[in-house]
Design a binder for this molecule. Structure first.
Ligand code: ADP
Length: 408
């Protein structure tokens, strides 16, 4: 079965067409539409061919129309793909599922209106996700099965002591203000992959995963289930990220607002878009560029951004070891976690007293390896350290297929 996977953000649309059979999974097409709302950049990858196009694209519907038209135009290049009728379902990454959604669901009218109820919790992300669902109904017809896969769902197992803020209880009761956590699809994929690699059962799976990409978070997993995670009601809380501050004294918000004459909304935007690695360095939100900046120009603030990033992650590592109890493994994932030996070393080296025997050579070797999955702790390390590449898209495709088959 061929499943179209969509990750629709406010100004970009990532897509993949995945073929899932009983014993095989493959990606037929993948790509991204960037800068929706203006002259968009479209990248489409089919097999080893990459097409780069530009086109004025106003909104999600136009972006999806453009993508699907191009897939059809190139269908001869896609082995075994016979056109539109050969797309059997669509899986959507939905950022916020609130308290209602604890697992992926087939979308119908009721689900769509429940997703609208979650907009308040994710005003930047959920509207784009909903537009994607409606656009697919228009383009592929109302009968095409669509599935919502939530970033928040994996964290539904967190105990109340981990998800409730120490605010007046009424703020939770009246407004559902609480910690939800994100990157759940990535954590589900990486933890399942770790279980496969280490041949353990879910009940034995006590691990800490760092998802370090543009957005960054950590997750404490006990018995295969999330018991805590660093992002909160929104993705702003927790680790230092590309452009997000992460944990912060809330009084800073009033101070910045008063001193800079900014509204709540503007301060919120500063915390999400102008802080983190970008804010500290004043140069870039991109870790690879920051590392290059330090290597080439010994830039002090670039170095500081890297140091603060790693220090915050290291603190969470200690906290989650305390939260979980005996830990089997610490796992790095996401663009930074999978590719930067430097950051991994700064986070996890020198923690022998906590059972982590970091293997510097194995760590550096992995940078050059084609397959990024590997162990970077020494033999006999009480806590294993791994790099495991994430694959949220294949998880979304699998959930979509499972729900379509269950319905049939
Ligand atoms: P997203 O969260 O948008 O999916 P990714 O998971 O692709 O992002 O991660 C992007 C981050 O990974 C960027 O900060 C990028 O610089 C970083 N990154 C990618 N490759 C490397 C590398 N070799 N060294 C350091 N950082 C890297």
């Amino acid at each position: 079965m061929n499943i179209l996977v969509l990750n629709n953000g406010s100004s970009s649309l990532k897509f993949q067409l995945a073929a899932l059979e009983d014993h095989s999974e493959s990606i037929l097409v993948s790509g991204v539409v960037e800068r929706i709302g203006g002259e968009a950049l479209v990248t489409i990858q089919i097999e080893d061919k990459t097409f780069k196009l530009t086109s004025p694209i106003r909104d999600t519907t136009q972006a999806l129309n453009f993508v699907i038209k191009n897939i059809i135009q190139h269908q001869d290049l896609i082995a075994g793909f016979k056109g539109l009728g050969d797309i059997h379902g669509v899986g959507h990454r939905v950022v916020h599922g609130g308290e209602r959604f604890k697992a992926s669901v087939l979308i119908d009218k009721d689900i769509l209106s429940a997703l609208e109820d979650c907009i308040e919790l994710a005003p930047l992300h959920n509207p784009a996700n909903i537009k994607g669902i409606e656009a697919i109904q228009d383009i592929l017809g109302p009968k095409i099965p669509q599935v919502a896969v939530f970033d928040t769902a994996f964290h539904a197992t967190m105990p109340e002591s981990a998800w409730l803020y120490a605010l007046p209880y009424s703020s939770y009761r009246r407004h559902k203000i609480r910690r939800y956590g994100f990157h759940g699809t990535s954590y589900r994929y990486v933890s399942e992959r770790y279980r496969e690699v280490s041949r353990i059962r879910a009940e034995e799976c006590n691990i800490i995963i760092f998802h370090l990409g543009n957005g960054c978070s950590a997750c404490a997993i006990r018995g295969g289930e999330s018991i805590d995670t660093s992002m909160g009601m929104t993705p702003t809380e927790g680790l230092v990220m590309g452009t997000r501050a992460g944990d912060l004294d809330p009084s800073v918000i009033e101070m910045i607002g008063t001193k800079e004459g900014m509204t709540f909304h503007e301060v919120q935007s500063l915390l999400n878009r102008n802080s983190g690695l970008l804010g500290i360095s004043g140069i870039t939100s991109d870790m690879r560029d920051l590392i290059a900046e330090v290597a080439e120009h010994q830039d002090r603030r670039a170095q500081l951004a890297i140091d603060i990033f790693a220090y915050r992650a290291r603190k969470y590592l200690g906290a989650y070891i305390a939260a979980i109890g005996p830990v089997k493994a610490v796992i790095f994932s996401g663009g930074i976690g999978e590719n930067s030996s430097l950051i991994r070393e700064k986070i996890a080296d020198g923690l022998e007293h906590m059972g982590l025997l970091f293997d510097k050579d194995a760590n550096v070797k992995l940078d050059k390896a084609k397959e990024k999955l590997g162990k970077i702790s020494k033999t006999g390390s009480p806590v294993e350290i791994y790099v495991i590449p994430t694959n949220e898209e294949i998880m979304i495709a699998r959930d979509t297929l499972k729900l379509i088959q269950a319905q049939a």
